[in-house]
Design a protein around this ligand. Structure first.
Ligand code: NOJ
Length: 548
């Protein structure tokens, strides 16, 4: 039976709960706050919400270190608040995605506590290894967050693998009992009524047999031996066959270091095991592999990433479209311009919202929030940032180190959502758990709600247009003038309807050329961020969408 792939018609909104909205005044965002703001999300035209983790967790990685998969953290309001939000979401005709984090758990999870004591059946729930002869680590893998990927556990007398923080031990997915636990978790939330999952670093769950060393040269670290392992498709197919296929749900896989050809093995609509994939190429137009190796922004790199995924998935799989999430600094600061904050926020919106796929917005993106800038390094909270700051560029002057961190840190996008111009940006009546970006009196939701030309109202228009035009869902994507360093021009075409999307990426004015076959005299400019759209001169960060 052909599946009803409802996610293709949707636009999702990602909530990173601690910084979204505090409902009980304790300084931390929570589900009561989310409940209050559901109509804001709906008003954008979004019809789905993805929650970053809201389970009980010691918070070593802001919730991506889960201590109990079948509960909601009390600080977020517990199950009572969750059910209220879930009902509120469904009453508004929206869907809700949970974050499924099963590459690792918290070291405070009961499974780990029992595993380190070799209590059955938990003994092999994690990846334990003795030291190699000479007291060497089991292999040379680096963790993504905190030095080497192995930490010695005194209780068990062995090393455990953690591809992320020390407090995030990796589960042993090769153990069928662990896979059964994953299925229980999936069923638990699906039975409660959630509509699907965003699957955290899911391509890491199957590690190469024998855990061989990684290549020594950093450039090859891009292909670690724990990504796309030998059983990955088998395990994902098992979850699908045993659980997911029995529900009307969908899955979105986070996949670091994946290119379209490989992605198709996961998301091909005929044979894939999951529905959509979060790829990272669109995040590397101003860095090498990771945000922590910043380079100058290259529009060509951004365009190439977009176009590659558009061309190569066409007719075979469905794209997930995004520019921001909780793992990357704010896009206006990175790919746009703080000087032209509103103009560039709108241009960035247009650069991805009219592509083929399902767009995701990250909280605060709808008003063009910019990177939070700390005054000193001790203001950072993120485990990855703190490690990087303390271990890189040590010989560089303090100012340079701070500047680099500001460009790279995940904390840049984790400051509270700027709701209004009251104290703490209206995020909390208490003391916020994290710093509020000082530009909140100028950039906030209340102010932008009242301004028809705001970034917020522009997002609303763009999303409404995307939903009203069949060509956005169906049309063929084509990029024009792909080597142009300052313009991104693409079209979408289907019989009877055609769009041309023009985005200028420069603080200077520039001339625009038209691709062949696009005669503006018969077109209507349906969306723009400057009032005059007649001339072929583009203003700083101008964008236009033409319809035929
Ligand atoms: C990816 C998540 O998006 C990130 O926030 C988290 O730190 C890592 N996976 C580890 O779970």
């Amino acid at each position: 039976m052909e599946r009803n792939r409802w996610y293709k018609d949707m636009v999702f909104y990602q909530i990173w709960p601690r910084s979204f909205k505090d409902g009980d005044g304790d300084g931390m965002g929570d589900l009561w706050g989310v409940y209050e703001k559901l109509d804001h999300i709906k008003s954008l035209g979004c019809d789905g919400i993805w929650f970053s983790p809201i389970y009980p967790s010691p918070g070593a990685d802001c919730g991506y270190d889960i201590a109990d998969y079948m509960d909601i953290a009390p600080e977020f309001g517990g199950m009572e608040a969750f059910r209220k939000v879930l009902d509120g979401v469904h009453q508004r005709g929206m869907k809700l995605l949970m974050d499924l984090v099963v590459n690792h758990t918290s070291d405070e999870h009961e499974w780990f506590q029992k595993s380190r004591q070799r209590i059955e059946p938990y003994t092999d729930y994690y990846i334990w290894r003795p030291a190699k002869p000479g007291g060497k680590l089991p292999n040379n893998w680096d963790s993504n967050f905190e030095g080497k990927a192995w930490t010695y556990d005194e209780v068990r007398g062995e090393y455990y693998l953690h591809l992320f923080a020390i407090k995030q031990p990796d589960l042993n997915m090769d153990n069928p009992l662990v896979r059964e636990e994953v299925k229980k978790i999936l069923r638990f939330w699906l039975d409660m009524g959630v509509d699907g999952f965003r699957e955290d670093v899911i391509t890491y769950i199957s590690k190469a047999e024998g855990l061989p060393d990684d290549h020594l040269f950093p450039i090859y670290k891009g292909m670690p031996k724990y990504n796309h392992g030998p059983h990955i498709h088998e395990y994902l197919a098992e979850f699908k066959r045993d659980v997911l296929d029995h529900y009307d749900c969908f899955t979105l896989a986070e996949a670091p270091l994946v290119w379209p050809k490989q992605a198709l093995k996961y998301i091909d609509e005929e044979h894939g095991q999951i529905d959509m994939m979060i790829q990272f190429q669109c995040q590397t137009a101003d860095c090498l592999f990771t945000d922590y190796l910043p380079t100058k922004f290259s529009l060509r790199r951004m365009k190439k990433a977009f176009s590659d995924w558009q061309y190569k998935l066409e007719g075979k799989a469905w794209n997930m479209l995004y520019l921001e999430n909780h793992d990357h600094p704010r896009i206006v600061t990175r790919y746009g311009s703080e000087k032209y904050q509103a103009e560039s926020a709108k241009t960035l919106a247009v650069s991805y919202l009219f592509q083929k796929g399902t767009p995701f917005l990250y909280q605060g993106q709808e008003i063009g929030m910019t990177n939070w800038r700390p005054e000193s390094a001790d203001m950072y909270r993120d485990v990855q940032t703190i490690y990087n700051y303390n271990h890189s560029n040590l010989k560089k002057p303090l100012q340079v180190r701070l500047e680099k961190m500001w460009r790279s840190s995940r904390d840049g996008a984790r400051s509270p959502v700027q709701w209004d111009s009251s104290p703490n940006a209206g995020f909390t009546t208490g003391t916020p758990w994290f710093y509020v970006n000082q530009n909140y009196p100028e950039i906030n939701i209340e102010k932008q709600n009242a301004d028809p030309d705001s970034v917020l109202n522009f997002y609303r228009k763009a999303i409404a247009l995307r939903k009203s035009l069949p060509v956005v869902k169906e049309g063929i994507y084509k990029e024009h003038f792909h080597s142009h360093p300052k313009q991104y021009i693409y079209s979408r075409e289907m019989p009877g309807q055609k769009l041309l999307i023009v985005c200028a990426f420069s603080e200077k004015t520039q001339k625009m050329k038209l691709p062949k076959g696009f005669d503006l005299s018969s077109a209507q400019c349906i969306l723009h961020n400057y009032s005059s759209t007649d001339s072929l001169t583009l203003q700083p960060y101008e964008c236009r969408v033409y319809l035929w």
